[in-house]
Design a protein. Structure first.
Length: 148
Protein backbone atom coordinates (compact mmCIF):
# COMPACT_ATOMS: atom_id res chain seq x y z
CA UNK A 1 0.00 0.00 0.00
CA UNK A 2 2.88 2.32 0.77
CA UNK A 3 4.34 1.68 -2.70
CA UNK A 4 1.09 2.76 -4.38
CA UNK A 5 0.90 6.02 -2.43
CA UNK A 6 4.46 6.94 -3.33
CA UNK A 7 4.07 6.11 -7.01
CA UNK A 8 0.45 7.18 -7.63
CA UNK A 9 1.67 9.98 -9.91
CA UNK A 10 3.22 7.39 -12.23
CA UNK A 11 0.65 4.61 -11.84
CA UNK A 12 -2.45 6.62 -12.75
CA UNK A 13 -1.23 7.87 -16.16
CA UNK A 14 -0.01 4.38 -17.10
CA UNK A 15 -3.33 2.86 -16.03
CA UNK A 16 -5.22 5.53 -17.96
CA UNK A 17 -3.22 4.85 -21.14
CA UNK A 18 -3.74 1.09 -20.84
CA UNK A 19 -7.49 1.50 -20.37
CA UNK A 20 -7.68 3.94 -23.29
CA UNK A 21 -5.85 1.49 -25.53
CA UNK A 22 -8.11 -1.36 -24.46
CA UNK A 23 -11.39 0.53 -25.03
CA UNK A 24 -10.55 2.82 -27.94
CA UNK A 25 -8.79 0.48 -30.34
CA UNK A 26 -11.47 -0.94 -32.61
CA UNK A 27 -11.92 -4.66 -32.43
CA UNK A 28 -12.96 -6.47 -35.57
CA UNK A 29 -15.45 -9.04 -34.34
CA UNK A 30 -16.69 -9.58 -37.87
CA UNK A 31 -20.04 -8.88 -39.44
CA UNK A 32 -23.16 -9.71 -37.47
CA UNK A 33 -25.35 -12.22 -39.29
CA UNK A 34 -28.65 -13.77 -38.21
CA UNK A 35 -29.44 -17.40 -38.94
CA UNK A 36 -32.91 -18.93 -38.87
CA UNK A 37 -33.56 -22.58 -38.03
CA UNK A 38 -36.77 -24.52 -37.39
CA UNK A 39 -37.37 -25.65 -33.85
CA UNK A 40 -37.68 -29.34 -33.05
CA UNK A 41 -41.20 -30.23 -31.91
CA UNK A 42 -42.94 -27.00 -32.95
CA UNK A 43 -43.53 -24.70 -35.89
CA UNK A 44 -41.43 -21.99 -34.28
CA UNK A 45 -38.45 -20.49 -36.13
CA UNK A 46 -35.43 -19.76 -33.93
CA UNK A 47 -32.91 -17.00 -34.52
CA UNK A 48 -29.21 -17.44 -33.95
CA UNK A 49 -26.64 -14.63 -34.18
CA UNK A 50 -23.10 -15.30 -35.35
CA UNK A 51 -20.24 -13.04 -36.33
CA UNK A 52 -18.64 -13.96 -39.64
CA UNK A 53 -15.33 -12.61 -40.93
CA UNK A 54 -15.77 -9.29 -42.71
CA UNK A 55 -13.05 -10.10 -45.21
CA UNK A 56 -13.90 -13.73 -46.07
CA UNK A 57 -11.90 -14.90 -49.07
CA UNK A 58 -14.88 -16.63 -50.66
CA UNK A 59 -17.11 -13.56 -50.25
CA UNK A 60 -19.72 -12.56 -47.71
CA UNK A 61 -22.65 -14.42 -49.27
CA UNK A 62 -20.73 -17.68 -49.79
CA UNK A 63 -19.38 -17.49 -46.25
CA UNK A 64 -22.93 -17.05 -44.95
CA UNK A 65 -24.28 -19.94 -47.07
CA UNK A 66 -21.51 -22.27 -45.89
CA UNK A 67 -22.23 -21.37 -42.27
CA UNK A 68 -25.98 -21.78 -42.80
CA UNK A 69 -25.47 -25.29 -44.19
CA UNK A 70 -23.54 -26.30 -41.07
CA UNK A 71 -26.75 -25.98 -39.08
CA UNK A 72 -27.51 -24.61 -35.68
CA UNK A 73 -25.01 -24.42 -32.83
CA UNK A 74 -27.78 -25.01 -30.32
CA UNK A 75 -29.73 -28.12 -29.44
CA UNK A 76 -33.40 -28.45 -30.26
CA UNK A 77 -33.13 -27.03 -33.78
CA UNK A 78 -33.21 -28.76 -37.13
CA UNK A 79 -30.67 -28.18 -39.88
CA UNK A 80 -32.19 -26.69 -43.01
CA UNK A 81 -30.89 -29.57 -45.13
CA UNK A 82 -29.47 -33.01 -44.44
CA UNK A 83 -26.04 -32.86 -42.82
CA UNK A 84 -23.39 -33.32 -45.47
CA UNK A 85 -25.03 -30.90 -47.89
CA UNK A 86 -22.39 -28.64 -49.42
CA UNK A 87 -22.50 -25.55 -51.56
CA UNK A 88 -21.18 -26.35 -55.03
CA UNK A 89 -21.39 -22.78 -56.31
CA UNK A 90 -22.55 -19.42 -55.07
CA UNK A 91 -22.30 -16.12 -56.90
CA UNK A 92 -24.12 -12.82 -57.12
CA UNK A 93 -25.10 -11.30 -60.43
CA UNK A 94 -27.05 -8.04 -60.51
CA UNK A 95 -29.38 -8.38 -57.50
CA UNK A 96 -29.71 -12.16 -57.68
CA UNK A 97 -27.69 -14.80 -55.87
CA UNK A 98 -27.32 -18.19 -57.56
CA UNK A 99 -26.69 -21.07 -55.17
CA UNK A 100 -26.06 -24.68 -56.11
CA UNK A 101 -26.34 -27.33 -53.40
CA UNK A 102 -25.21 -30.94 -53.56
CA UNK A 103 -27.65 -33.82 -54.04
CA UNK A 104 -27.69 -34.38 -50.27
CA UNK A 105 -30.01 -31.38 -49.95
CA UNK A 106 -32.80 -33.37 -51.60
CA UNK A 107 -32.63 -36.09 -48.94
CA UNK A 108 -34.86 -35.68 -45.96
CA UNK A 109 -33.57 -37.33 -42.83
CA UNK A 110 -34.71 -37.05 -39.23
CA UNK A 111 -32.08 -34.44 -38.33
CA UNK A 112 -33.26 -31.90 -40.92
CA UNK A 113 -36.29 -29.78 -41.71
CA UNK A 114 -38.73 -30.88 -44.38
CA UNK A 115 -37.45 -29.89 -47.82
CA UNK A 116 -40.03 -27.14 -48.50
CA UNK A 117 -39.52 -25.47 -45.13
CA UNK A 118 -35.74 -25.80 -45.47
CA UNK A 119 -35.77 -24.09 -48.88
CA UNK A 120 -38.08 -21.34 -47.65
CA UNK A 121 -35.91 -20.60 -44.60
CA UNK A 122 -32.72 -20.82 -46.66
CA UNK A 123 -33.92 -18.21 -49.14
CA UNK A 124 -35.47 -15.88 -46.57
CA UNK A 125 -32.33 -16.03 -44.39
CA UNK A 126 -30.19 -14.84 -47.31
CA UNK A 127 -32.64 -12.09 -48.24
CA UNK A 128 -32.85 -10.80 -44.64
CA UNK A 129 -29.07 -10.67 -44.20
CA UNK A 130 -28.15 -9.14 -47.55
CA UNK A 131 -30.40 -6.19 -48.34
CA UNK A 132 -28.81 -5.68 -51.77
CA UNK A 133 -30.07 -9.10 -52.92
CA UNK A 134 -33.63 -9.28 -54.27
CA UNK A 135 -33.79 -12.90 -55.51
CA UNK A 136 -32.32 -16.27 -54.61
CA UNK A 137 -32.10 -18.82 -57.41
CA UNK A 138 -31.54 -22.26 -55.89
CA UNK A 139 -30.24 -25.37 -57.63
CA UNK A 140 -30.06 -28.82 -56.04
CA UNK A 141 -27.83 -31.35 -57.81
CA UNK A 142 -27.83 -29.06 -60.86
CA UNK A 143 -31.66 -28.88 -61.04
CA UNK A 144 -33.43 -25.54 -60.63
CA UNK A 145 -35.77 -25.35 -57.63
CA UNK A 146 -38.94 -23.37 -58.40
CA UNK A 147 -39.98 -20.48 -56.18
CA UNK A 148 -43.17 -21.20 -54.28
Amino acid sequence: MNFIRKNIVFILPVLFVLLAIFFLIPKNHGTRRVFYFPSVGSDKVCREVRYLPSDAVQGAVRSYVDELLLGSCKRGRFSLFTLGTVCEFCFVQDKTVFVGLSADAALQLADSADIENGIKLFKSSILKNFKYIDYVELFIDGNYVENR
